[in-house]
Each structure stands twice: as C-alpha cells, then as structure tokens.
Design a protein. Structure first.
Length: 245
C-alpha cells in the first residue's frame, strides 16, 4: 500500500461477531492487529459498563487511552452517531464534556443538530469526517457549506446489493465533484457490498475503510477472524491496484 492512501479500520460499532471489541483492553488488541495489518487510521465506538455504546466522557477517555498506548501516533476517530445518542442537545453536552479528545470524529450529515455539533468540534480542534450515508446526505453537506471545516468525506452507502452500493457511491462522489469539494474521500459500505465499494474506490485513487463495523466477511464471502484479517484483505486490494498501475 502507499503512504498517500488512508486505510481506516472501523473496529466495532454495533456489529455482532465473536471478535468485536467492547472494553478498552479488547479495543487495544484489535487496534494493534489492524495497524499491524496495514491500517493507517482507526475508528472505534466506546462502550459503557453496561455493554452499550456511549459518548460519555469516562468510557471515551478510557478507550482512547488504551488504544493510543498500544498504537502510538495512529489517528483515532470516534463516532457521534445519533444511533448512540439520539437527542442532539444531550449529544452536544456529552461531547462538550470530553476530557480526552480524539483526533477525529465522524459526523453524519443527515442527522438533527449535526451542524451545531460541527461548530463545537471545530472549536475543540477535533477533525471532522463528514458522514455521507446517502445521496440526500451528500446534498445536505454541499448546501451547508461546512466542507472547509472538515478533514475528509466518508462515502458510505448502506445498500446490501453490491451493484446498488457501487452506483450509490458513484452518485455521492459525483455530487461532491460537481460542487468542487476536494476533500479526501474514504469509501466503504456494508457487509459483502463493502468490498465492491472498496474495490471501485481504490481504482479511482480514493481512501477506503474496512473492519468489523462494516463487514464480518472477506471478499470471497468467508467469515473473517477479526479486524486484522479484514485489514489485510484491504491492504491486498491496494497492493493489487499498485501492481496494475
């Protein structure tokens, strides 16, 4: 893989799999495996003592500390998804109370209160990964004018059919290009379709993301043992593209 292309590993989210990490210690182990396999960036969701995803300052700080200790120098992204905290005011308050800050966060552009949250993130010097889960999200993002505040755009169609997911990613990319938004794009999808999205993105010179949050299966459909094996497969995609070039 090249130094110019980001390969982000999304370690957990709400996915069900034996290797999905929840505790800080588990996150550190899976993070190290992903980095050893070639990940240059990490995305993770902290969990509380009740086994729920959380934006609460304590668990977020513990997760960040554990992963940073194991993977020094690797940028870490947290989620701000409304799936974790649906009340935009409560989400804002929780993130404003963070004591240890991530390098980046994903901010899904179709969610209520996201632009106010982006202002807070900018004030706190936290990099913004604009989450574009749909063409509608991409259009909202373009119209909002907040692209200059962001580090990258996350092109993440959720279609289960690979062909539909690729077409959706293409439409989102076209919307960004027509608006002359030149942020780094990180493309990924859901389940087996994620690999089709990844493959198209690599061929077009874009960054990609994989990991147990996105898929539990390898490109051939076989179950992955964990984040390390998924990142290794993504690294192979990047290497194959370099050989073709």
């Amino acid at each position: 893989m090249t130094d110019q292309i980001t390969l982000q590993a999304a370690l957990n989210g709400g996915r069900t799999h034996p290797s999905v990490p929840h505790t800080p210690e588990e996150l550190a182990v899976e993070a190290r495996a992903a980095v050893d396999a070639g990940a240059t960036s990490l995305h993770l969701h902290p969990y509380d003592e009740h086994g729920r995803e959380t934006l609460t300052p304590g668990p977020c700080a513990a997760a960040l500390h554990a992963v940073r200790s194991t993977c020094p120098g690797i940028p870490i992204s947290l989620s701000t998804s409304a799936d974790i905290e649906p009340d935009p005011e409560q989400r804002y308050e929780l993130i404003s109370a963070w004591t240890e800050l991530p390098d980046l966060v994903t901010a899904n552009q179709g969610e209520r209160g996201i632009h106010e949250l982006c202002e807070l993130l900018t004030e706190r010097d936290i990099g913004i990964e604009a989450g574009l889960l749909s063409l509608k999200d991409a259009r909202i993002f373009v119209e909002s004018g907040i692209a200059p505040q962001c580090v990258r755009a996350m092109v993440e169609p959720l279609d289960s059919n690979p062909d539909d997911a690729v077409a959706h990613a293409e439409a989102i990319e076209r919307t960004l290009n027509e608006a002359e938004i030149d942020l780094e794009q990180v493309h990924h999808g859901d389940g087996i379709a994620s690999w089709a999205v990844n493959r198209r993105a690599v061929a077009r010179g874009h960054a990609i993301r994989t990991g147990l949050e996105d898929t539990t299966v390898l490109p051939d459909g076989h179950a992955a043992s964990g984040n390390g094996e998924l990142v290794d497969a993504a690294t192979s995609l990047l290497a194959e593209n370099e050989t073709q070039d």
